[in-house]
Design a protein around this ligand. Structure first.
Ligand SMILES: N[C@@H](CCC(=O)N[C@@H](CS)C(=O)NCC(=O)O)C(=O)O
Length: 250
């Protein structure tokens, strides 16, 4: 059996792993599952191992999981390290990656889901574009149960959105400060895991054209959301994320 990456296709943590594997030229197939449907699949893939770890924002059975002939590897950073340990060039890089995983990732996700849930039809469109007819059909009938569950699990409401927006802005300002001397990458002249992680985890808010799943176009959202996307893209940290996508994602 070949190497398989279990993903929630539009998830930015999954994009981070997928990007790392593609960049390293590792052959793999994707098993694309919708939120909640990921649970039995990941449980099965991790059976008999102690791989996977819950954290403040995700369960032990979260995606991505890479299933290799040597066993499963759970978590986007472990998969990125497996794909190319050479991207982790210094303790400074490790620290940025940890910071993005712990703050930018969960908070950008909460913002993105909030915006999707406020835009009727977008979640089903995401499923249709990135999974199969069966899962899309299930979502069509189950959406009204799934969305409240996801809202409760990740505290996705207007107040949470505002709080997360502040956190994301703080991280973006920190990134802008780090590159204010004109350096092309977060830690200097070399592209590292910090840059890849930052770009992938900010991606749902800047919607880069080369994202590894089909995402909604900004036109699919209301004026307020389109303004937020434009503002995020124009921020020096948003510009960095888009530049990293342009240079390193194909
Ligand atoms: N720290 C984990 C976080 C992964 C994560 O939060 N994955 C989300 C998708 S964006 C997920 O599968 N959530 C469902 C769950 O936690 O069961 C990583 O870097 O891989």
């Amino acid at each position: 059996m070949g190497t398989e990456l279990v993903v929630i296709p539009f998830s930015h943590f999954c994009e981070k792993a997928r990007w790392g594997l593609e960049l390293a030229g590792i052959e793999f197939t994707e098993r694309r599952v919708l939120p909640m449907l990921h649970m039995p699949v990941v449980r099965w893939k991790l059976r008999g191992t102690d791989a996977g770890e819950a954290d403040a924002h995700s369960s032990r059975f979260s995606t991505p999981v890479l299933v290799t002939s040597a066993g499963p590897i759970a978590g986007s950073t472990a998969i990125l390290r497996y794909a190319d340990a050479g991207l982790f060039t210094s303790p400074e890089v490790d620290a940025w990656v940890d910071r993005f995983d712990d703050t930018l990732g969960p908070h950008a996700r909460r913002m993105a889901y909030f915006l999707v849930f406020e835009s009727p039809g977008v979640l089903v469109e995401l499923a249709a574009a990135n999974t199969d007819v069966f899962q899309t059909g299930l979502l069509r009938v189950g959406e009204r149960f799934l969305i409240p569950r996801m809202r409760a699990a990740m505290r996705i409401d207007r107040e949470g959105f505002e709080r997360s927006h502040t956190v994301v802005q703080d991280v973006m300002d920190e990134v802008a400060d780090a590159i204010a001397d004109g350096r092309p990458y977060l830690t200097g002249d070399t592209f590292t895991a910090a840059d890849l992680t930052f770009a992938a985890l900010l991606a749902p808010l800047v919607l880069p054209p080369d994202y590894g799943a089909i995402m909604p176009s900004p036109e699919r959202f209301d004026a307020e959301t389109r303004a937020l996307i434009a503002e995020t893209r124009a921020h020096p940290a948003g510009e960095l994320a888009l530049a990293i996508y342009r240079k390193h994602r194909r």
